[in-house]
Design a protein. Structure first.
Length: 395
């Protein structure tokens, strides 16, 4: 266990009096000095930055004694970055940017080079597998995802092919392998997949949706048709998790962003069993691969999300972190959950909100993140500040 508290100009630090997992007693110290203070007196030289054998993020998820929470941000690669916008001018098609190995690697590494997050997420989309499943789609600027022939009937679902990642998206595997080499365990390389219900919502609605009326019509009038579609997605996405792990992903996040549009009773029928199937399949072949589950607006479903068997539940910002932790218990790790809107606030406000979140999460088994993706227009300097403060924290 480290006795040292690192203080730098804009990164206030805090220390916990006890190493016990889940301790919520912290003492904060804010300092403008740039050196290392030993909690028991004196100062020591700054540590050499060396690549740990295992990335901090993996150690934190596994409940090892870590000195601070690892940090990364959902949608950390993308439109708020000037360097991404420059690539978009040259390659205006999202499909091209996300399906060309060199571009995928370059875009994934953009935030890594600038902010050095503890997780480097693949630049891709949850919809990327769709064309390999015979569901043509595009992501159109200003409009978002567009499914060319929305699925509505049993005959439509019959046309959906099971996904064979190595045939349909070899660029994803290649990009993950390169990223793993580039990042070299200085951070964890993160893969991700969409969850069956969330993917089904796009392909049945035909794109993004406000009221989810079409998928609910299907669920509540022809449930067998929807179940057939969900099963195809569950089998396919389980394979996709395994493929990403074999290609180099060190943890995989499952996005069930819109599962919370379902009542708990419907979540238990149309989402939970399929998530569980995916988790079980991934754990059978990759028992040590951490799985993270995110759902937007998940306060009403937290305990049910944990029933999937994932290692980490990612909380959105409408849940108080301390309450979320209490409800989920100490055996599962938590991720989140700063409001992405906080990044539009003052630097002092951002600092305080980070500290509040980390204190509420308690020591260990916490990945600091936002409660949803970074919003377009977020000032890059505020993102830099977020990472600087987060990486300067010490338990
Ligand atoms: O986190 C990362 O940096 C990795 C990249 C990533 C993207 N999409 C890139 C992207 C991830 C993890 C996703 C996941 C995703 N995609 C989700 C789940 C997360 C969530 O937000 O709940 C969902 C629901 C989608 C579907 C999707 N893709 C939508 C609704 C949109 C349109 C958003 C908009 O504002 O236009 C996309 C497009 C998309 N995927 C963009 C990015 C960076 C924006 C388009 C662009 O950059 O040209």
């Amino acid at each position: 266990m480290s006795c040292c508290i690192y203080s730098c100009s804009s990164a206030p630090s805090f220390s916990a009096p006890s190493a016990s997992n889940g301790s919520s007693r912290f003492t904060f110290s804010s300092s403008s000095r740039s050196r290392i203070h030993c909690a028991f007196g004196g100062t020591v030289a700054e540590p050499q930055v060396t690549a740990a054998a295992e990335p901090l993020l993996l150690n934190a998820v596994r409940g090892k004694d870590v000195e601070r929470p690892p940090v990364w941000l959902m949608r950390q690669a993308g439109r708020y970055m000037k360097s991404y916008q420059i690539i978009c001018e040259k390659y205006p098609s999202f499909r091209e940017r996300s399906e060309n190995v060199d571009l995928v690697v370059e875009i994934s590494l953009q935030p890594w080079k600038v902010f050095k997050p503890d997780g480097v997420i693949l630049f891709s989309d949850i919809l990327t597998p769709l064309s390999g499943m015979n569901i043509p789609f595009d992501i159109v600027k200003g409009r978002g995802p567009v499914i060319f022939n929305a699925l509505r009937t049993g005959a439509d679902v019959d046309q959906v092919r099971e996904f064979i990642p190595e045939d349909s998206v070899p660029y994803v595997g290649e990009a993950l392998t390169i990223l793993r080499k580039e990042v070299d365990n200085k951070a964890a390389v993160l893969g991700f997949v969409g969850a069956p219900f969330t993917l089904a919502s796009y392909v049945v609605e035909g794109g993004s949706s406000k009221h989810f009326a079409k998928i609910k019509r299907l669920a509540f009038s022809q449930p067998k048709v929807l179940h057939a579609l969900l099963q195809k997605f569950a089998t396919s996405m389980a394979k996709y998790i395994q493929y990403q792990a074999e290609s180099g992903a060190q943890a995989v996040q499952i996005f069930d962003s819109w599962a919370t549009e379902l009542s708990p009773v419907d979540f238990e029928e149309f989402s939970l069993p399929y998530l569980k199937q995916m988790v079980d399949a991934a754990k059978r072949t990759h028992p040590n691969l951490p799985l993270i589950l995110y759902a937007s607006g998940s306060g009403g479903l937290l305990e049910r999300l944990a029933l999937t068997g994932v290692d980490v539940v990612s909380l959105d910002w409408t849940v108080d972190m301390a309450e979320g932790r209490r409800r989920l218990g100490q055996n599962i790790a938590v991720q989140g959950n700063v409001d992405p809107g906080v990044l539009f606030g003052s630097k002092e406000f951002i600092t305080n909100r980070i500290r509040d979140t980390v204190r509420k999460a308690g020591r260990g088994k916490h990945i600091l993140n936002l409660g949803h993706g970074i919003v377009v227009g977020t000032p890059e300097e505020n993102v830099a500040h977020f990472f600087e403060v987060a990486k300067g924290l010490r338990y």
